[in-house]
Design a protein around this ligand. Structure first.
Ligand code: AMP
Ligand code: GLY
Length: 428
């Protein structure tokens, strides 16, 4: 039997992780991909990258990684050609394309979230800010690669950020801002696989958003992740599905949106109960590098069922098998990130396929912002988040030890990473 072909759309660490797990049972073509991805080929199946657009790639299944092509309607265009897709159409992707739309949808669905207002005038935003106790959160309405959110301790900082955003610091994405009350509590990323009817939760994970150790410094796209979360068991996950994910899907259904793809709830577990900070319409990055390797079902079969609307027949128990062990991913970023990164530096510690030169058991290196000038040339830095070092282990402490052991063997001038990913859980 010829194996299926899966087309993955994207070029980051998340898409590298998708390619790596899908290559267990399918041929994988990634567009546009990155030069580290062919290194994810398995013994049985190859991962190739192509510059061709997804519409021009012949495949049995399409998995769209990032939000931008979904917001632009890539899934609709593929479905119009009869192709099975993991990823919502533009109607569902609007949840992530506009935070103002998402907040209004949450309110309509009765999903608990932070108090908020949406503004395009500084004066009105200022008036609302003054009605809040603080801390304050200012978000660009549009997409900003995880960097459009500012958490301000003082009113003056919040007002200055509103002014900067509305004055064009984020271009079109910041023409409107969402202003929120600042919440406190541990965060959790709950990714659900949705097939239009059925939704099943994946392993809950935690993302480390700030650039520096101890959650200091500006927000990034994510500097590391781990899962499962020892403090969030099966029952708690079911409750989060009932309070956050199911009501949102029901509200989308009332609006005529059939959602087939990953629905990612970014939650904060506050003293007053869980609150949704945001919904994303795709796998998280770097959460994917943690939740996908922990999947015990065949990823091609499960994602194929998402696209085809038949999750219930593939998962008769209504849920995924509990993971064995844990996973940790540590992101290695270029100097300057999340601002303008320094690029072009050769990366030491990788072999000719872009894998670890000195292998560590259970560890996979996921390429994100890398480039290569030709065969035999070194891999070089080409973006803010350069590599993700992902490890599987018997538990979080074990996975963490392996991930950091591998991180120590990789370097380039100006490389930065957090040293405290999953530390609070592993060191007890
Ligand atoms: P978002 O893109 O909306 O998830 O925001 C990115 C990050 O900003 C979140 O993961 C939180 O760390 C932080 N954040 C967002 N909204 C709030 C809030 N209302 N209170 C406190 N922190 C927040
Ligand atoms: N890691 C956060 C995100 O993917 O949005």
């Amino acid at each position: 039997m010829t194996p299926p072909t899966v087309c993955v759309v994207g070029s980051g660490g998340r898409e590298h992780a998708l390619a790596a797990v899908l290559a267990r049972s399918a041929e994988v073509v990634v567009t546009p991909g990155n030069p580290g991805m062919p290194g994810a080929s398995s013994e049985a199946h190859r991962v190739t990258v192509t510059g061709a657009p997804a519409e021009a790639v012949e495949a049995d299944l399409y998995v769209v990684g990032p939000e931008a092509p979904l917001v632009e309607g890539l899934a609709d265009r593929l479905r119009a050609r009869g192709r099975p897709v993991v990823g919502p159409g533009a109607d569902g992707a609007r949840i992530e394309g506009s935070k103002a739309f998402m907040k209004d949808l949450l309110a309509a669905a009765g999903v608990p979230t932070a108090r908020y207002g949406v503004f395009d005038q500084v004066e009105e935003a200022r008036r609302f800010l003054r009605s809040l106790p603080g801390p304050f959160v200012v978000k660009t309405d549009g997409l900003a690669a995880g960097k459009g959110v500012y958490v301000a301790e003082t009113l003056a900082e919040a007002e200055a950020d509103v002014e900067a955003k509305l004055a064009g610091a984020f271009g079109r994405a910041g023409r409107r801002v969402v202003v929120e009350e600042g919440l406190a509590g541990p965060e959790c990323s709950l990714l659900a696989l949705c097939d239009g009817t059925t939704a099943v939760p994946m392993v809950p994970a935690q993302d480390f958003k700030r650039v520096g150790d101890g959650d200091r410094g500006p927000n990034t796209g994510g500097m590391g992740a781990f899962g499962p979360l020892p403090w969030l068991g099966l029952q708690a996950v079911d409750e989060l599905m009932d309070t956050a994910v199911e009501p949102l899907l029901a509200e989308l259904g009332r609006r005529g949106v059939e959602y087939r793809g990953v629905l990612y709830a970014g939650l904060m577990l506050t003293a007053d109960g869980p609150r949704v900070l945001e919904f994303n319409v795709r796998f998280g990055d770097p959460e994917a590098q943690v939740v996908l390797p922990l999947l015990r079902e065949d990823p091609v079969e499960v994602l194929g069922a998402v696209a085809a609307g038949r999750l219930a027949s593939v998962l008769p128990a209504g849920r995924l098998a509990a993971p064995e062990g844990a996973a940790v991913c540590v992101v290695m970023a270029a100097e300057g990130y999340p601002g303008e990164p320094r690029t072009g530096d050769p990366i030491a510690g990788l072999d000719d396929e872009g894998r670890l030169a000195a292998p560590v058991d259970g560890v996979t290196v996921y390429h994100a912002g890398t480039r290569r000038d030709g065969p035999g040339e070194p891999f070089r830095t080409a973006g803010g988040r350069v590599l993700g070092v992902g490890a599987l282990g018997a538990d979080v402490a074990d996975a963490r030890r392996r991930a950091y052991a591998a991180v120590e063997t990789i370097t380039w001038p100006g490389a930065q990473h957090r040293r405290d990913i999953a530390e609070a859980v592993a060191v007890r």
